[in-house]
Design a protein around this ligand. Structure first.
Ligand SMILES: Cc1ncc(COP(=O)(O)O)c(C=O)c1O
Length: 320
């Protein structure tokens, strides 16, 4: 058993992997799900936030006491809020008002200053589009300039990719004894897909990696944008390129609808006892598509990105 930790930052790693044998009943093959929602900030972004801060401290781009700023859908911001609280940096989270309120409250509770940015005219709460995100980016840039702050910059900071390449993927390989045939992941910044896929392929080039997108804005796969508004919070921003993603590591694309992500998240809770958010539902829905199709009989690895607690106010758990 782990001895007393010096701080909560020491437990932002080594999340368990669980086999989803109730959800795969009647299908050939397995889904191995990494329980990132068990991290202290209840998401896979904790370890990214900590790694970005640690790398910036080491290379001198973050100075003692300097303000940290980040554009966030809530999870990176929560990880940063925790890391900054423990390490003593002021932190400003800049987030679209379209993201769930739970996330803003949690970041405030952790000592962050939360700046909420209004969505573009006509946008719906709970559906954050790429255009909404552009407004958040403008606001974040302004605050960085005004406060001479360090920008954690999850869409560009190499620490995002490195975290999944060095840690998430290596843990997955060790926990499954390397018995992974495929990996599928819903992309926001693309950091977790890119870092994990690269490391898995270096371990075994036969592992197939699938990038997952909302069905109406599957633009990375080259499909036409039908509607940029969807409910799978944390990604699917209709960007045609993501800095970290090397197309050579993509073996295929999957599309998941809002309803499929929601139903699968509800099944994860009701059948597996795993209380997670929309994107975890999307990742597992993608893995189920693979087991019903080209990956029948194989072992699929996925990430359970964040906790269902972050969505109590959303459609995910209404009438669930
Ligand atoms: C809940 C959730 N799912 C998925 C993602 C996408 O992860 P990535 O940015 O590594 O592509 C995020 C990113 O913030 C997220 O918060």
């Amino acid at each position: 058993m782990q001895k007393i930790c010096g701080s909560v930052l020491e437990v932002m790693k080594n999340t368990p992997v669980v086999e989803l044998s109730r959800l795969t009943k009647g299908l050939k093959g397995s889904i191995f799900a990494k329980m990132e929602f068990l991290s202290p900030g209840l998401s896979k972004k904790d370890r990214v936030a900590l790694n970005v801060i640690t790398e910036a401290e080491k290379n001198g781009t973050l100075k003692p006491g300097q303000t940290v700023v980040e554009l966030t859908s809530g999870n990176m911001g929560t990880g940063l809020a925790i890391a900054c609280a423990v390490k003593g940096y002021p932190f400003v989270a800049v987030m679209s008002r379209g993201n769930s309120e739970e996330r803003a409250r949690m970041m405030s509770a952790l000592g962050a200053e939360v700046v909420l940015v209004e969505q573009v005219a006509g946008s719906e709460r709970g559906k954050v589009s790429g255009d909404d995100l552009k407004l958040v980016e403008i606001a974040a840039k302004k605050i960085v300039k005004e406060r001479n702050a360090f920008r954690a910059d999850q869409f560009n900071h190499q620490g995002n990719f490195n975290t999944h390449y060095l840690y998430t993927a290596q843990e997955l390989i060790a926990q499954t004894d390397g018995k992974i045939d495929a990996f599928c992941d819903f992309a926001g910044t693309g950091g977790s897909f890119a870092g994990t896929a690269r490391a898995l392929k270096e371990y075994n080039p036969e592992i197939k990696c699938y990038l997952l997108e909302p069905e109406d804005c599957a633009v990375l796969s080259g499909r036409k944008l039908i509607n940029s508004s969807h409910q799978i919070q944390g990604g699917g921003y209709s960007m045609t390129e993501l800095k970290f993603i090397n197309r050579k590591d993509i073996d295929g694309f999957l599309q998941v609808s809002d309803d499929e992500a929601i139903q699968t998240a509800r099944d994860l809770a009701g059948k597996e006892g795993l209380f997670c958010g929309f994107s975890s539902g999307a990742n597992v829905a993608g893995a189920l598509q693979l087991l019903r199709g080209e990956m029948e009989g194989k072992n699929i690895a996925v990430i359970l990105c964040d906790s269902g607690l972050k969505y109590l106010s959303t459609a995910l758990w209404q009438n669930a």
